[in-house]
Design a protein around this ligand. Structure first.
Ligand code: SAH
Length: 396
């Protein structure tokens, strides 16, 4: 496989992707192949996994030579390494991301653990090959001893990769165990339910796990969790706040949030969390115009900037939300504001927040600048692996 000078430069910078437009020759290379990567001058760059239909044509496995027949073995070693890495960095939870694709040198594979269940997602042709799948399952079972493994299928991704359609669901069950599709997990001492059939992503937003605890440390008084989904922040806030309201546009998410609250009712001294189904933009406008005040506000919207092109609109969206929230936070109160858009950098996000603070005429003191939890590792040379911003501030 020969890559263009631009593709080669990208690899030299430490990135692991080469786009289709930077492939000079892929003649006679079968989909899903393990390929050796060279530039125009026959310099060797390493070994990659090839997708014949993806925009991202090759994803590097490493700078060494890896024979095709060793691919499954290398994948197995990396799954083991990913699991071992987490033994050092994951605390107070039995739900976390076990494998995070490129960030674990396993491009195209995502695995999450929810207590006794694992959820697996295959995103590329190479990771879909039978020997690779078998190697992955073998390692997961051996190292983590799950009761059940489910596969989460995004039909659109299989279509793009020209992979045959696949039903999601249970793909492995421990001998003698009944297949199951739901379980309860514990995170930071709180209980949550996981349902393999519902939910967004692969269930919960595990990347916010450490930020939930951080937010809880500062939260107090009357709290508002905007874009609360199944209650991740709200349930944590309810341990320290007098009153908590969670807001989301999705009724199914709020129903699960309510069930999650019930699972932890004993921790809340009889206080109930209020769940409001609403469009966050409308609700924040109405509440701030109506003079509502809160001691703690959390903003955790979905990724507004899916692509670079939508960046301006995204930043306007973030600013509108943050401006409204800043107006409602009482003096001495706390704002926890997040963005999971990779395309909005931390610097751009802070700039947006600065401009919202100026417009709202509030002083904002940064308490913490946080990122995704450590089970979602960041590779310095692959900027796409760093996407979550969580800024905790004190408002005066
Ligand atoms: N804070 C959550 C994750 C939020 S994900 C957690 O930690 O688990 C983003 C959420 O925003 C989703 O639940 C989605 O239903 C909701 N959402 C998207 N657009 C919305 C809108 N305009 N108004 C309210 N909620 C919205």
């Amino acid at each position: 496989m020969i890559v263009s000078p631009r593709g080669a430069a990208r690899l030299r910078s430490g990135h692991v992707w080469v786009y289709q437009s930077d492939i000079k020759s892929a003649r006679n290379i079968a989909p899903a192949s393990t390929v050796s990567v060279y530039d125009d001058h026959a310099s060797f760059y390493g070994t990659a996994l090839y997708s014949s239909t993806s925009q991202i044509a090759i994803r590097m496995l490493g700078s060494q030579a890896i024979p095709a027949e060793r691919t499954a073995e290398v994948v197995a070693e990396r799954v083991r390494a990913a699991i071992h890495y987490r033994r050092n960095v994951v605390r107070d939870t039995n739900a976390y991301r076990v494998v995070f694709s490129e960030a674990d040198f396993l491009p195209g594979l995502i695995v999450d653990r929810y207590n006794d269940m694992l959820s697996l997602q295959v995103l590329t042709q190479a990771m879909d090959q039978a020997p690779v799948r078998e190697a992955v399952l073998r390692e997961l079972v051996q190292e983590l001893d799950p009761v059940c493994i489910v596969e989460r299928v995004e039909p659109r991704i299989r279509e793009l990769e020209q992979l045959p359609p696949l039903e999601g669901g249970v793909i492995w069950t421990r001998d003698g165990a009944q297949p199951k599709s739901s379980t309860t997990f514990t995170m930071n001492g709180l209980r949550f339910q996981y349902d393999a059939h519902g939910g967004q992503k692969t269930g919960a937003f595990l990347d916010q796990r450490e930020n939930y605890s951080a937010a809880e440390r500062y939260a107090h008084g009357r709290a508002l969790d905007v874009f609360c989904y199944q209650g991740g922040f709200a349930l944590h806030l309810a341990r320290t706040c007098e009153q908590v309201t969670g807001v989301d546009a999705s009724r199914p998410a709020l129903e699960i949030a309510n069930q999650n609250a019930a699972l932890n009712a004993g921790l809340y001294n009889g206080r109930e969390i209020e769940w409001v189904e609403a469009n966050a933009f409308d609700l924040l406008r109405d509440y701030s115009d109506g003079g509502e005040e809160y001691d703690t506000v959390v903003l955790d919207p979905p990724a507004f900037a899916k692509t670079k092109r939508t960046l301006d609109t995204a930043v306007r969206g973030y600013k509108e939300l943050n401006l409204r929230a800043l107006k409602m936070v009482k003096a001495g109160g706390v704002l926890v504001t997040c963005s999971c858009s990779y395309h909005v950098s931390e610097a751009e996000f802070l700039q947006m927040l600065t401009s919202a603070a100026v417009d709202a005429r509030r002083q904002v003191r940064i308490l913490e600048k946080r990122v995704q939890a450590q089970d979602h590792p960041v590779l310095l040379t692959v900027p796409e692996t760093s996407y979550l911003k969580c800024i905790i501030c004190q408002i005066t």
